[in-house]
Design a protein around this ligand. Structure first.
Ligand SMILES: [Zn+2]
Length: 393
């Protein structure tokens, strides 16, 4: 295998069936390749009660700062019905200019590109005015408990610091280079229960039906304008996702009605301010209609925005130089592990086209694998301010 060729690396990775949370040989393969490129490699396994153990990897070349880190995951979602794939999902077949396989775009293809880019840079230069590292988890597609969050604590306790981080998630929509992510919205989920009194539908005077009250509150919150967005973010958005009662019959008024809603909020809000706003609204509305409610919240991510600086500029310029595209600096989409890393250092996300991720026949263009490698190579060199002669594919 050519350990400088991103297509070879991507194929070897796809052939490891690392369905979350299983390692599937993917981190063992990365360890071997990175050691061949003279990286110091650490394999760290985390677990806690109620979760499955997950393996992670941190590798570093160089021992002084700045430390430019690439973050990603080798775990993949299940392939679904393998009969529906044009090629077996872990065979890494190439046909008609595309590499097929689970993880080709999300995100073994991105990891392969970064390793090839780092290897080529180090091969050309010998050393860097800083360090390059990789932070690879096996717990991104799963509950994300034994992955990046714990790895960051591990780095901290081992006096490892990151100065900038590229997350290689597939960020592009239609063609390579169209989108760089520089932030993400936060996510807050609310669980609201209206408490009533159970009874016979024919004797409503002895019961208290919680459903109309819940509908009133639902109607109120579904139509709220939380904000109008800002230069970097779309308006915050609230969606009701569940309305239910445990009642399955037609002649009983249920005692409780439940609703779940989720808010994707921008950086006009903190987790506390958005929670307080929604709690006030729900309590005020329920007081007006005489509803007795229980309300709890859970949050998986705070909103963040990476400010303009050397990392954002290097990424934007590298994408422009290689692809000819001026990328949109976006904050859209769901959350990613960048939500943890942003607390440590500036973070940007850039990777393959995300059209086929988690689908049957997930695939990535061979040409894009070489071009993404070139983008990463440019980012490394621009970030470190080198004047290396760059190979553009
Ligand atoms: Zn991913």
């Amino acid at each position: 295998m050519n350990i400088y060729d991103p297509v070879h690396i991507a194929q070897a990775l796809i052939r490891c069936p690392s369905i979350t949370p299983f390692e599937g040989g993917a981190l063992t393969f990365l360890e071997e390749v990175l050691k061949q490129h003279k990286f110091d490699v650490n394999r760290i396994t985390f677990g806690e009660q109620g979760t499955q153990k997950v393996e992670n990897l941190y590798a570093r070349f160089g021992n002084h700062g700045p430390n430019l880190c690439f973050a990603g995951h080798t775990d993949v979602v299940p392939p679904g019905n393998e009969q529906n794939w044009s090629y077996p999902p872990f065979a890494a077949e190439i046909n008609n200019g595309y590499l097929y396989g689970r993880g080709a775009a999300d995100m073994k293809g991105g990891i392969a590109c970064f390793i090839a880019a780092a290897a080529r840079t180090l091969n050309a230069k010998g050393k860097l005015p800083g360090s390059i590292s990789l932070l690879i988890t096996g717990d991104e597609e799963g509950p994300a408990i034994n992955g990046t969050a714990k790895m960051l604590d591990w780095l901290h306790s081992h006096e490892e610091s990151l100065d900038g981080c590229i997350v290689g998630e597939p960020t592009c929509a239609n063609h390579l280079g169209d989108t760089v992510k520089i932030g993400r919205r936060g996510s807050l989920t609310a669980y609201l229960t209206v408490l009533g009194a159970q009874g016979h539908v024919a004797y409503p005077q002895y019961a208290d039906n919680p459903i109309p009250k819940l509908m009133r509150i639902a109607d109120r919150i579904a139509n709220i304008e939380l904000d109008t967005g800002n230069d970097s973010f779309e308006p915050s958005n609230l969606e009701i996702t569940v309305i239910s009662t445990s009642n399955k019959v037609s002649n009983v008024i249920p005692s409780e009605a439940e609703m779940t809603f989720n808010v994707r909020y921008n950086n006009n809000w903190s987790r506390n301010s958005i929670e307080n706003c929604l709690a006030d609204l729900c309590h005020k509305e329920s007081e007006e209609i005489g509803a007795n409610i229980n309300l709890t919240f859970s949050s998986t991510a705070e909103a963040f925005l990476t400010k303009p600086g050397s990392l954002v500029n290097a990424t934007k310029d590298a994408v422009k130089q290689v692809t000819g595209c001026v990328p949109e600096l976006s904050t859209s989409g769901g959350t990613s592990d960048a939500r943890f890393i942003q607390a440590c250092c500036p973070v940007v996300e850039f990777g393959h086209i995300n059209k086929t991720i988690h689908q049957i026949d997930e695939r990535v263009a061979i040409n894009d694998i070489y071009r993404l490698t070139s983008v990463y190579e440019h980012i490394i060199n621009l970030y470190f301010g080198n004047k290396l002669r760059l190979n553009v594919y």
